[in-house]
Design a protein around this ligand. Structure first.
Ligand SMILES: *Cc1c(COP(=O)(O)O)cnc(C)c1O
Length: 228
């Protein structure tokens, strides 16, 4: 039984227009050819995935296992799925066949589980640059060890991921710059940073991957409406 209210419909033409604006804003602060846009479809229906793909965005991101699996089942061929949430150990095996990039790996237990059920999987290590207790991401000082452990386990560490400091543009800039420094010191290619409210600051700091939801699809339905 699905008790969520129906998500608001997504207008594919509006997505195309908004994407053009996003690309112009990226170009104003960086090199758009070096920034991949991941369409974050969480909270929206399958029409958001179809609209993203029709607009030329093959990369889609979700935070919750059930929601990703449901949308992946009906997604156009060639859609690449990014898992943006902390993967629960018992969901990893079912997600593994469809996930292109695990963006929020922040613990050794997840590395070990991935290595066991998805050998060679590609991942990003999520770093909690600010060090807020309870927030997702490993502390910066643990990132090198986690990267090392993942590489030793045969996983492909593509880079690092971070979330900015909500409502704090100055702090957010610091987060992005710190992640970029950490990425250089660990010799990784990808820096996944930047969301609707802060993607320009992220691109200016060297982001190679922005994760965008609302700026492409409009306001997201309330949290309670999102199935975990
Ligand atoms: C929801 C979410 C996004 C997209 O957020 P918007 O503000 O809608 O762009 C990006 N990254 C993560 C990790 C998220 O949870």
């Amino acid at each position: 039984m699905d008790e969520r209210p129906a998500p608001p419909p997504v207008d594919p033409d509006a997505v195309i227009e908004r994407l053009e604006e996003v690309r112009a804003r990226i170009a104003a602060v960086g090199d758009p050819d070096r920034v991949r846009i991941v369409a974050v479809t969480k909270g929206f229906g399958p029409d958001a995935v179809a609209a993203a793909v029709a607009a030329g965005l093959a990369d889609c991101g979700e935070n919750y296992a059930q929601e990703l699996l449901a949308k992946a089942a009906g997604a156009p061929a060639g859609t690449r799925w990014h898992f943006l949430g902390a993967p629960q150990r018992n969901k990893i095996a079912s997600l593994a066949p469809v996930v292109h990039l695990w963006q929020a790996v922040d613990r050794r237990a997840v590395v070990d589980r991935l290595a066991a059920v998805a050998p060679g999987a590609a991942l990003l290590v999520q770093v909690d640059v600010v060090g807020d207790p309870g927030k997702a991401g490993c502390p910066p000082e643990e990132a090198p060890g986690l990267v090392e452990a993942a590489r030793a386990a045969g996983l492909r560490v593509r880079g690092l991921m971070a979330v900015g400091a909500a409502g704090d543009p100055e702090g957010t800039r610091g987060v992005f710059e710190a992640l970029a420094r950490l990425g250089r010191s660990l010799d990784v290619e990808e820096l996944s940073m930047g969301m609707t409210d802060d993607f320009e600051a992220a691109v200016a700091a060297g982001s190679t991957m922005v994760r965008l939801g609302r700026v492409l699809f409009g306001p997201r339905p309330g949290r309670a409406a999102v199935r975990r």
